[in-house]
Design a protein around this ligand. Structure first.
Ligand code: 5GP
Ligand code: ZN
Length: 113
């Protein structure tokens, strides 16, 4: 996906503030943080939305959740944190390359907006 923002980050063409990387995933700080810690975890391979996941993607989604746990630990979120994956327009998805938000460092409220 040539013009996908997060694919450009995965290819190294745009350099975000990286907090975690392995062969399949990249995680970086959100440019418009909604909490003291706000990171996004993406697969390096383009997947547009949660609705586009297939059974073959189960491992990568599992790795994303495990990366959230690791980032929370390295960012000092010992009191807890929130993970969010927005899906399409009603879910508030703005970037159509799946990403798991990791938010922490303050008390979260419920319900979300
Ligand atoms: P969504 O609304 O799709 O779930 O979340 C997209 C997130 O990407 C937003 O929180 C937004 O602030 C973040 N974002 C958009 N453009 C950029 C960018 O160029 N760099 C970084 N680091 N984050 C971005
Ligand atoms: Zn992409």
């Amino acid at each position: 996906m040539n013009d996908c923002l997060f694919c450009k980050m995965a290819r190294g063409e745009i350099k975000p503030d990286i907090v975690f990387e392995d062969e399949a995933l990249l995680a970086f700080r959100d440019i418009n943080p909604q909490a003291p810690v706000h990171c996004l975890i993406i697969p390096k391979r383009h997947i547009a939305t949660l609705d586009d996941l297939t059974p073959a993607d189960e491992a990568i989604v599992g790795r994303m959740v495990r990366a959230a746990q690791q980032i929370a630990a390295t960012q000092g979120l010992t009191r807890g944190y929130r993970t969010v994956m927005n899906c399409k327009s009603d879910g508030g998805q703005a970037v159509y390359h799946i990403h798991l938000h990791v938010l922490g460092g303050r008390q979260m409220s419920w319900p979300p907006g």
